[in-house]
Ligand binder design. Structure first.
Ligand SMILES: Nc1nc2c(ncn2[C@@H]2O[C@H](COP(=O)(O)OP(=O)(O)O)[C@@H](O)[C@H]2O)c(=O)[nH]1
Ligand SMILES: [Mg+2]
Length: 383
């Protein structure tokens, strides 16, 4: 039997090399993953090493079609390549096409093998199902399952559930680690809070405001531009009264200027906005005209995890022109699938300020930090 090692960045490429040199009858004797650099990182180089062999008797019978690239023998007698130009075009084409199609089919087969559906080891499946239930994006699931695959190969034994969770965390950590995490900086005076109606903007503002008074002893005030609903104004006033903080109700850019003047003596001003009409471009335009986005301002986009990811994406795009610093995800207590949170942060390259987990003011809010956010992924269903 003739044997040779092949190394390539993917199994399919390694298989291609094997087939090109040893033919279709080659058998894989062993395969392993070689990772250069350290554990985990997606950016790190990994290669697949395949030891393949082919029975030499068969090789001989196949040799007219398969020149042995390895042995530099000069006994190859057939002269097909030189003759090709003289052949009838039809014949050549069909022959070439056939073999190319066969090649492509094989390549696709081995490529498909290394996707979530078929090639994943049996022991991954329940875990991958969990990732899917979490509604993690396909790209992220593929990135994680690739890492699981690499680690299982290295370990040469089935990964435990604990190991799979650790690997998942490390994959997510790599992707999230550059994004800003954490709540109010207390360096900027104006806190803008945007988002559609009902996501929990006002409640979240009340939570943030209460904390800045109780924990940081800040002098605060509120501005609301949500003048569509009396109830919304009353709701904010209720919280403001509890915190003994002033409220300015703003209907236009002029009111806004006056409110800013009135609040000159305060440390922090929370600006609550109407979520209404966010689908109209005009709404975002109006906001841009009314509200200052200078260096004195921090802006947050509030999204509820109970919403559909696609709808959240259209909101993100709608607010694309507003310099949103970080997200706030609410209603984490009302869902078991929080993958969306990770999908959106990674896709839109935006960090997280807070996540909220209930209706109680001020308790039900957590300041985001990377470790906690990674832990959060496993809370609930898969513990
Ligand atoms: N379960 C749950 N409910 C929340 C959370 N945050 C806000 N809510 C509720 O969501 C509803 C709408 O909140 P509100 O602050 O008025 O939303 P706004 O329209 O964006 O200002 C209220 O009933 C809140 O109590 C949360 O984290 N979890
Ligand atoms: Mg509101």
């Amino acid at each position: 039997m003739k044997m040779k090692k092949y190394t390539a960045p993917s199994i399919s490429e390694a298989m291609k090399l094997v087939r090109a040199e040893l033919g279709e009858d080659a058998v894989i004797i062993n395969s392993k993953v070689i990772v250069t650099k350290k554990l985990f990182g997606l950016i790190k180089q990994k290669n697949f090493e395949v030891l393949a062999g082919v029975d030499q008797v068969e090789t001989k019978t196949m040799s007219p079609q398969l020149p042995d690239l390895q042995s530099n023998t000069k006994t190859i007698q057939y002269k097909e390549p030189e003759e090709q130009p003289k052949l009838h075009i039809d014949d050549t084409l069909s022959k070439e096409l056939k073999s190319e199609i066969a090649d492509l089919k094989l390549m696709m087969k081995s490529m498909q093998k290394h996707t979530i559906q078929s090639e994943l080891p049996e022991n991954f499946l329940p875990y991958i199902d969990f990732l899917k239930r979490q509604e993690l994006s396909e790209e992220l699931i593929t990135a994680i399952s690739d890492e699981l695959f690499v680690h299982q190969k290295q370990k040469n034994a089935p990964l435990t559930e604990v190991e799979m969770k650790e690997i998942t965390k490390e994959v997510l950590r790599e992707l999230l680690k550059e994004l800003p995490m954490g709540g109010l900086s207390y360096q900027k005076k104006y806190i803008n809070v945007f988002g559609p109606t009902g996501v929990g903007k006002t409640t979240t503002i009340a939570k943030m405001a209460a904390r800045s008074v109780l924990e940081k002893k800040k002098k605060i005030g509120f501005i609301t531009t949500d003048t569509y609903r009396i109830a919304a104004i009353e709701q904010l006033k209720t919280y403001a009264n509890l915190l003994q903080a002033p409220v300015e109700i703003v209907y236009n850019a002029n009111d806004y200027k006056k409110a800013i003047e009135n609040f000159a003596h305060l440390d922090l001003v929370f600006i609550d906005t109407a979520g209404r009409n966010y689908k109209e471009a005009k709404y975002v335009d109006d906001l841009k005209k009314m509200i200052n986005f200078d260096e004195e301002v921090e802006s947050y986009l509030v999204l509820a995890l109970t919403a559909k990811e696609q709808d959240m994406e259209s909101i993100i795009q709608q607010f694309g022109e507003i310099p949103i610093g970080k997200y706030i995800f609410t209603k984490i207590d009302e869902t078991n699938s929080i993958g969306t949170m990770y999908n959106l942060m990674i896709k839109y390259n935006k960090g997280l300020a807070y996540y909220t987990n209930g209706q109680e003011v001020p308790e039900d809010i957590e300041v985001a930090d990377l470790d906690a956010v990674l832990e959060l992924f496993f809370q609930g269903e898969y513990e």
